[in-house]
Design a protein around this ligand. Structure first.
Ligand SMILES: Cc1ncc(COP(=O)(O)O)c(C=O)c1O
Length: 386
Protein backbone atom coordinates (compact mmCIF):
# COMPACT_ATOMS: atom_id res chain seq x y z
CA UNK A 1 0.00 0.00 0.00
CA UNK A 2 1.13 3.52 -0.79
CA UNK A 3 2.30 5.44 2.29
CA UNK A 4 1.86 9.17 2.74
CA UNK A 5 4.28 10.66 5.22
CA UNK A 6 2.83 13.71 6.96
CA UNK A 7 5.04 13.73 10.04
CA UNK A 8 8.00 15.79 8.84
CA UNK A 9 8.19 17.71 12.14
CA UNK A 10 9.10 14.43 13.86
CA UNK A 11 11.80 13.61 11.35
CA UNK A 12 12.55 13.67 7.62
CA UNK A 13 13.97 11.07 5.26
CA UNK A 14 17.70 11.40 4.56
CA UNK A 15 18.21 13.08 1.18
CA UNK A 16 19.95 10.69 -1.28
CA UNK A 17 22.73 13.26 -1.86
CA UNK A 18 23.26 13.51 1.89
CA UNK A 19 23.49 9.75 2.17
CA UNK A 20 25.99 9.65 -0.71
CA UNK A 21 28.17 12.30 0.94
CA UNK A 22 28.08 10.42 4.24
CA UNK A 23 28.84 6.97 2.85
CA UNK A 24 32.44 7.85 2.09
CA UNK A 25 33.05 8.60 5.78
CA UNK A 26 31.77 5.18 6.85
CA UNK A 27 33.89 3.34 4.31
CA UNK A 28 37.08 4.74 2.71
CA UNK A 29 37.51 7.81 4.93
CA UNK A 30 37.04 6.20 8.33
CA UNK A 31 39.78 8.11 10.13
CA UNK A 32 39.50 9.62 13.60
CA UNK A 33 39.69 13.39 13.20
CA UNK A 34 42.07 13.65 16.17
CA UNK A 35 44.68 11.37 14.54
CA UNK A 36 47.76 12.93 12.99
CA UNK A 37 48.03 10.56 10.00
CA UNK A 38 46.49 11.17 6.61
CA UNK A 39 43.28 9.25 7.38
CA UNK A 40 42.78 11.39 10.48
CA UNK A 41 43.54 14.62 8.68
CA UNK A 42 41.05 13.76 5.90
CA UNK A 43 38.37 13.39 8.57
CA UNK A 44 39.46 16.65 10.26
CA UNK A 45 39.26 18.50 6.93
CA UNK A 46 35.75 17.13 6.30
CA UNK A 47 34.58 18.36 9.71
CA UNK A 48 36.11 21.82 9.30
CA UNK A 49 34.71 22.18 5.75
CA UNK A 50 31.28 21.26 7.16
CA UNK A 51 31.66 23.78 9.97
CA UNK A 52 32.47 26.50 7.43
CA UNK A 53 29.42 25.68 5.27
CA UNK A 54 27.07 25.84 8.25
CA UNK A 55 28.68 28.96 9.73
CA UNK A 56 28.26 30.80 6.42
CA UNK A 57 24.63 29.75 6.34
CA UNK A 58 24.04 31.20 9.82
CA UNK A 59 26.17 34.30 9.27
CA UNK A 60 28.72 33.47 11.96
CA UNK A 61 32.34 32.37 12.33
CA UNK A 62 33.16 28.65 11.98
CA UNK A 63 34.59 28.63 15.53
CA UNK A 64 31.15 29.61 16.80
CA UNK A 65 29.61 26.29 15.71
CA UNK A 66 29.86 23.34 18.12
CA UNK A 67 28.66 19.99 16.79
CA UNK A 68 26.61 17.94 19.26
CA UNK A 69 24.65 14.69 19.24
CA UNK A 70 21.17 16.22 18.92
CA UNK A 71 18.94 19.23 19.40
CA UNK A 72 18.16 17.88 22.86
CA UNK A 73 21.85 17.88 23.75
CA UNK A 74 22.38 21.42 22.44
CA UNK A 75 19.46 22.71 24.53
CA UNK A 76 20.78 20.95 27.64
CA UNK A 77 24.32 22.15 26.93
CA UNK A 78 23.37 25.80 26.80
CA UNK A 79 21.01 25.83 29.80
CA UNK A 80 23.01 23.64 32.15
CA UNK A 81 26.39 24.74 30.80
CA UNK A 82 25.65 28.40 31.37
CA UNK A 83 24.03 27.75 34.76
CA UNK A 84 26.93 25.61 36.03
CA UNK A 85 29.49 28.21 35.04
CA UNK A 86 27.45 30.90 36.83
CA UNK A 87 26.83 28.80 39.97
CA UNK A 88 27.25 30.89 43.12
CA UNK A 89 27.59 34.13 41.15
CA UNK A 90 25.08 36.95 40.76
CA UNK A 91 22.80 35.77 37.98
CA UNK A 92 20.45 32.91 38.80
CA UNK A 93 17.31 33.54 36.73
CA UNK A 94 16.25 31.87 33.48
CA UNK A 95 13.26 32.80 31.32
CA UNK A 96 11.54 30.35 28.95
CA UNK A 97 7.96 29.84 27.70
CA UNK A 98 5.19 27.34 28.40
CA UNK A 99 5.39 25.96 24.85
CA UNK A 100 9.11 25.13 24.74
CA UNK A 101 10.17 21.60 23.83
CA UNK A 102 10.70 19.24 26.79
CA UNK A 103 14.43 19.54 26.07
CA UNK A 104 14.17 23.11 27.44
CA UNK A 105 11.46 22.70 30.07
CA UNK A 106 13.02 19.66 31.75
CA UNK A 107 16.48 21.29 32.15
CA UNK A 108 14.65 24.32 33.60
CA UNK A 109 12.96 22.08 36.17
CA UNK A 110 16.28 20.41 36.92
CA UNK A 111 17.97 23.78 37.43
CA UNK A 112 15.18 24.93 39.74
CA UNK A 113 16.07 21.99 41.97
CA UNK A 114 19.66 23.25 41.98
CA UNK A 115 18.52 26.65 43.26
CA UNK A 116 17.98 28.58 40.03
CA UNK A 117 14.82 30.63 39.52
CA UNK A 118 12.81 30.26 36.36
CA UNK A 119 10.04 32.32 34.81
CA UNK A 120 7.97 30.40 32.29
CA UNK A 121 6.14 32.96 30.18
CA UNK A 122 2.57 32.26 29.13
CA UNK A 123 1.48 32.47 25.49
CA UNK A 124 -1.79 33.73 24.02
CA UNK A 125 -4.38 31.53 22.29
CA UNK A 126 -2.32 31.58 19.07
CA UNK A 127 0.88 30.59 20.86
CA UNK A 128 2.59 34.00 20.83
CA UNK A 129 4.41 35.46 23.82
CA UNK A 130 3.74 39.01 24.99
CA UNK A 131 6.91 40.97 24.26
CA UNK A 132 6.10 43.59 26.90
CA UNK A 133 5.74 40.82 29.48
CA UNK A 134 9.12 39.45 28.45
CA UNK A 135 10.65 42.92 28.82
CA UNK A 136 9.06 43.34 32.28
CA UNK A 137 10.35 39.97 33.51
CA UNK A 138 14.01 40.50 32.62
CA UNK A 139 15.90 41.67 35.68
CA UNK A 140 19.58 42.20 36.42
CA UNK A 141 19.52 38.63 37.82
CA UNK A 142 18.46 37.17 34.47
CA UNK A 143 21.14 34.91 33.07
CA UNK A 144 19.37 33.64 29.97
CA UNK A 145 16.21 34.02 27.91
CA UNK A 146 15.45 30.84 25.96
CA UNK A 147 12.56 31.16 23.52
CA UNK A 148 11.98 28.82 20.61
CA UNK A 149 11.70 30.11 17.05
CA UNK A 150 9.03 27.80 15.56
CA UNK A 151 6.89 25.56 17.74
CA UNK A 152 7.09 21.87 16.86
CA UNK A 153 3.42 21.16 17.62
CA UNK A 154 1.35 24.17 16.59
CA UNK A 155 3.89 25.82 14.29
CA UNK A 156 3.66 29.31 15.79
CA UNK A 157 6.66 31.52 14.92
CA UNK A 158 7.89 33.95 17.56
CA UNK A 159 9.32 37.36 16.64
CA UNK A 160 12.91 36.34 17.24
CA UNK A 161 14.42 39.57 15.94
CA UNK A 162 12.38 41.66 18.37
CA UNK A 163 13.14 39.28 21.27
CA UNK A 164 16.82 39.61 20.36
CA UNK A 165 16.52 43.40 20.49
CA UNK A 166 14.84 43.32 23.90
CA UNK A 167 17.51 40.98 25.33
CA UNK A 168 20.29 43.14 23.93
CA UNK A 169 18.71 46.29 25.37
CA UNK A 170 18.40 44.57 28.75
CA UNK A 171 21.91 43.12 28.54
CA UNK A 172 20.67 39.53 28.86
CA UNK A 173 21.82 36.47 26.93
CA UNK A 174 19.41 35.01 24.36
CA UNK A 175 19.11 31.42 23.14
CA UNK A 176 16.65 30.15 20.56
CA UNK A 177 15.71 26.54 19.90
CA UNK A 178 15.54 26.72 16.10
CA UNK A 179 15.20 22.97 15.52
CA UNK A 180 12.00 23.45 13.49
CA UNK A 181 13.07 26.55 11.55
CA UNK A 182 16.78 26.04 10.81
CA UNK A 183 17.15 25.30 7.09
CA UNK A 184 13.61 26.46 6.38
CA UNK A 185 13.95 30.19 7.09
CA UNK A 186 16.69 32.78 6.70
CA UNK A 187 18.42 32.96 10.05
CA UNK A 188 21.32 35.31 10.59
CA UNK A 189 22.54 35.01 14.17
CA UNK A 190 24.18 38.43 14.15
CA UNK A 191 21.21 40.33 12.70
CA UNK A 192 18.93 38.52 15.15
CA UNK A 193 21.15 39.33 18.15
CA UNK A 194 21.40 35.66 19.05
CA UNK A 195 23.93 34.50 21.59
CA UNK A 196 23.06 30.80 21.24
CA UNK A 197 21.07 28.75 18.73
CA UNK A 198 20.13 25.07 18.62
CA UNK A 199 19.60 23.08 15.41
CA UNK A 200 19.29 19.40 14.51
CA UNK A 201 20.16 17.61 11.24
CA UNK A 202 17.34 15.08 11.09
CA UNK A 203 14.64 17.72 10.66
CA UNK A 204 16.22 18.91 7.39
CA UNK A 205 16.79 15.65 5.49
CA UNK A 206 20.05 14.99 7.32
CA UNK A 207 20.97 12.11 9.63
CA UNK A 208 19.61 11.50 13.14
CA UNK A 209 21.98 11.94 16.06
CA UNK A 210 23.73 15.16 14.96
CA UNK A 211 22.97 18.61 16.24
CA UNK A 212 24.71 21.92 16.63
CA UNK A 213 24.95 24.72 19.12
CA UNK A 214 25.90 28.18 17.89
CA UNK A 215 27.77 29.97 20.67
CA UNK A 216 28.79 33.59 20.21
CA UNK A 217 32.59 33.72 20.27
CA UNK A 218 33.06 35.69 23.48
CA UNK A 219 30.65 33.42 25.38
CA UNK A 220 32.42 30.14 24.77
CA UNK A 221 34.24 30.40 28.08
CA UNK A 222 30.90 30.92 29.86
CA UNK A 223 29.67 27.42 29.04
CA UNK A 224 30.67 24.57 31.32
CA UNK A 225 30.77 21.44 29.12
CA UNK A 226 28.30 18.61 29.73
CA UNK A 227 30.89 16.10 28.54
CA UNK A 228 34.47 16.24 29.81
CA UNK A 229 37.16 14.16 28.17
CA UNK A 230 39.47 14.55 25.20
CA UNK A 231 38.63 18.21 24.64
CA UNK A 232 36.92 17.88 21.26
CA UNK A 233 34.84 20.72 19.80
CA UNK A 234 36.90 23.51 21.44
CA UNK A 235 36.76 21.65 24.75
CA UNK A 236 32.99 22.09 24.84
CA UNK A 237 31.90 18.60 23.78
CA UNK A 238 34.35 15.78 24.29
CA UNK A 239 33.57 12.71 22.14
CA UNK A 240 35.17 11.36 19.00
CA UNK A 241 33.44 13.35 16.27
CA UNK A 242 30.63 11.79 14.24
CA UNK A 243 32.38 12.60 10.97
CA UNK A 244 29.80 11.06 8.62
CA UNK A 245 26.96 12.69 10.55
CA UNK A 246 28.59 16.12 10.47
CA UNK A 247 29.33 15.81 6.74
CA UNK A 248 25.69 14.79 6.21
CA UNK A 249 24.48 17.77 8.25
CA UNK A 250 26.49 20.20 6.11
CA UNK A 251 25.30 18.58 2.89
CA UNK A 252 21.70 18.85 4.10
CA UNK A 253 22.28 22.55 4.85
CA UNK A 254 23.76 23.16 1.36
CA UNK A 255 20.67 21.58 -0.19
CA UNK A 256 18.36 23.67 2.02
CA UNK A 257 20.22 26.81 0.97
CA UNK A 258 19.52 26.07 -2.70
CA UNK A 259 15.92 24.97 -2.25
CA UNK A 260 14.81 27.29 0.54
CA UNK A 261 12.59 29.68 -1.46
CA UNK A 262 11.06 26.99 -3.70
CA UNK A 263 10.37 24.63 -0.81
CA UNK A 264 8.76 27.40 1.21
CA UNK A 265 6.45 28.43 -1.63
CA UNK A 266 5.40 25.00 -2.85
CA UNK A 267 4.98 23.41 0.59
CA UNK A 268 3.04 26.41 1.93
CA UNK A 269 0.65 26.26 -1.02
CA UNK A 270 -0.11 22.59 -0.31
CA UNK A 271 -0.35 23.22 3.43
CA UNK A 272 -2.88 26.02 2.90
CA UNK A 273 -4.98 23.68 0.75
CA UNK A 274 -4.80 21.09 3.49
CA UNK A 275 -5.93 23.59 6.12
CA UNK A 276 -8.78 24.82 3.90
CA UNK A 277 -9.94 21.25 3.24
CA UNK A 278 -9.75 20.01 6.82
CA UNK A 279 -11.50 23.07 8.26
CA UNK A 280 -14.56 22.17 6.17
CA UNK A 281 -14.93 19.10 8.39
CA UNK A 282 -17.58 19.60 11.05
CA UNK A 283 -16.38 20.81 14.47
CA UNK A 284 -12.75 21.14 13.46
CA UNK A 285 -10.42 23.98 14.43
CA UNK A 286 -6.91 25.05 13.55
CA UNK A 287 -4.47 25.27 16.47
CA UNK A 288 -1.65 27.81 16.38
CA UNK A 289 -1.35 31.17 14.67
CA UNK A 290 -3.30 31.53 11.40
CA UNK A 291 -0.42 33.23 9.55
CA UNK A 292 2.70 33.39 11.77
CA UNK A 293 3.30 29.67 11.55
CA UNK A 294 5.81 27.22 10.08
CA UNK A 295 4.98 26.82 6.40
CA UNK A 296 4.83 23.03 6.65
CA UNK A 297 2.72 22.79 9.82
CA UNK A 298 -0.98 22.19 10.27
CA UNK A 299 -2.47 21.29 13.66
CA UNK A 300 -6.17 20.63 14.19
CA UNK A 301 -8.57 19.66 16.94
CA UNK A 302 -11.77 17.74 16.30
CA UNK A 303 -14.48 17.93 18.90
CA UNK A 304 -15.76 14.53 19.97
CA UNK A 305 -12.78 12.63 18.59
CA UNK A 306 -9.85 11.08 20.35
CA UNK A 307 -6.56 11.98 18.66
CA UNK A 308 -4.88 8.61 19.22
CA UNK A 309 -7.76 6.77 17.48
CA UNK A 310 -7.56 9.19 14.57
CA UNK A 311 -3.82 8.57 14.20
CA UNK A 312 -4.26 4.80 14.32
CA UNK A 313 -7.00 4.83 11.69
CA UNK A 314 -4.96 7.18 9.50
CA UNK A 315 -2.00 4.82 9.83
CA UNK A 316 -4.16 1.92 8.67
CA UNK A 317 -5.28 4.05 5.73
CA UNK A 318 -1.63 4.66 4.77
CA UNK A 319 -1.05 8.08 6.35
CA UNK A 320 1.70 8.74 8.91
CA UNK A 321 0.53 11.55 11.19
CA UNK A 322 0.90 12.55 14.82
CA UNK A 323 -1.06 14.05 17.69
CA UNK A 324 1.83 16.32 18.65
CA UNK A 325 5.44 15.91 19.58
CA UNK A 326 6.93 12.49 18.75
CA UNK A 327 8.81 12.62 22.06
CA UNK A 328 5.62 12.46 24.13
CA UNK A 329 3.60 9.84 22.28
CA UNK A 330 3.84 7.46 25.23
CA UNK A 331 2.54 10.14 27.57
CA UNK A 332 -1.24 10.05 27.99
CA UNK A 333 -1.47 13.57 29.40
CA UNK A 334 -2.67 16.16 26.87
CA UNK A 335 0.05 18.14 25.12
CA UNK A 336 1.51 20.91 27.29
CA UNK A 337 1.50 23.14 24.20
CA UNK A 338 -2.20 22.70 23.48
CA UNK A 339 -3.16 23.28 27.10
CA UNK A 340 -0.86 26.36 27.13
CA UNK A 341 -2.89 27.93 24.30
CA UNK A 342 -6.03 27.38 26.37
CA UNK A 343 -7.50 24.15 24.99
CA UNK A 344 -9.46 22.09 27.49
CA UNK A 345 -8.30 18.51 28.03
CA UNK A 346 -10.96 16.89 25.83
CA UNK A 347 -10.25 19.21 22.88
CA UNK A 348 -6.50 18.84 23.37
CA UNK A 349 -6.92 15.05 23.22
CA UNK A 350 -8.65 15.39 19.85
CA UNK A 351 -5.65 16.89 18.08
CA UNK A 352 -3.96 16.00 14.83
CA UNK A 353 -0.63 17.35 13.59
CA UNK A 354 0.08 17.04 9.87
CA UNK A 355 3.51 18.28 8.79
CA UNK A 356 4.43 18.37 5.12
CA UNK A 357 7.77 17.86 3.43
CA UNK A 358 9.52 18.00 0.07
CA UNK A 359 7.89 14.78 -1.13
CA UNK A 360 4.30 15.84 -0.35
CA UNK A 361 2.10 16.07 -3.47
CA UNK A 362 -1.31 17.49 -4.31
CA UNK A 363 -2.64 13.91 -4.48
CA UNK A 364 -1.38 13.28 -0.94
CA UNK A 365 -3.24 16.35 0.29
CA UNK A 366 -6.49 15.40 -1.49
CA UNK A 367 -6.27 11.89 -0.08
CA UNK A 368 -5.44 13.17 3.42
CA UNK A 369 -8.43 15.54 3.47
CA UNK A 370 -10.85 12.86 2.29
CA UNK A 371 -9.45 10.23 4.65
CA UNK A 372 -9.52 12.48 7.73
CA UNK A 373 -13.11 13.42 6.85
CA UNK A 374 -14.19 9.76 6.50
CA UNK A 375 -12.43 8.66 9.69
CA UNK A 376 -13.75 11.66 11.67
CA UNK A 377 -17.32 10.80 10.63
CA UNK A 378 -16.90 7.15 11.61
CA UNK A 379 -15.22 7.94 14.93
CA UNK A 380 -17.91 10.45 15.84
CA UNK A 381 -20.55 7.76 15.44
CA UNK A 382 -18.90 5.74 18.20
CA UNK A 383 -17.46 8.58 20.29
CA UNK A 384 -18.10 8.54 24.07
CA UNK A 385 -17.64 12.38 24.02
CA UNK A 386 -20.79 13.03 21.92
C1 LIG B 1 11.63 22.35 18.85
C2 LIG B 1 12.44 21.13 19.11
N1 LIG B 1 13.48 21.21 19.94
C3 LIG B 1 14.28 20.17 20.19
C4 LIG B 1 14.04 18.94 19.60
C5 LIG B 1 14.95 17.80 19.90
O1 LIG B 1 15.82 17.57 18.82
P1 LIG B 1 16.51 16.14 18.65
O2 LIG B 1 15.47 15.22 18.10
O3 LIG B 1 17.63 16.38 17.68
O4 LIG B 1 16.97 15.73 19.98
C6 LIG B 1 12.95 18.80 18.73
C7 LIG B 1 12.62 17.50 18.13
O5 LIG B 1 11.49 17.21 17.81
C8 LIG B 1 12.14 19.92 18.46
O6 LIG B 1 11.10 19.86 17.64
Amino acid sequence: MRRIYLDNAATTPVDPDVLRAMTLYFSENYGNASSLHREGQDARRAIEDSRRIIAKFLGCKPEEIVFTGSGTESNNAVLKGLAFSELGKKKNHIIATTIEHHAILEPCEFLEKQGFKTTILKVDSNGLIDLKELDRNITDQTLLVSIMHGNNEIGTLQNIEEIGRICKKKNTLFHTDAVQTFGKYDINVKKMNLDFLTASAHKIYGPKGVGLLYIKQDLKNKIEPLLHGGGHEFGLRSSTENVAGIVGFAKAVSICEKRMRNDAESIKKLRDKLIGGILKIEKSRLNGHPTLRLYNNANFSFQGIEGESLIMHLDMAGIAASTGSACSTKDLRPSHVLTAIGLDHVTAHGSLRLTLGRSTTQDDIDYAIKTVDDIAKNLRKISPFK
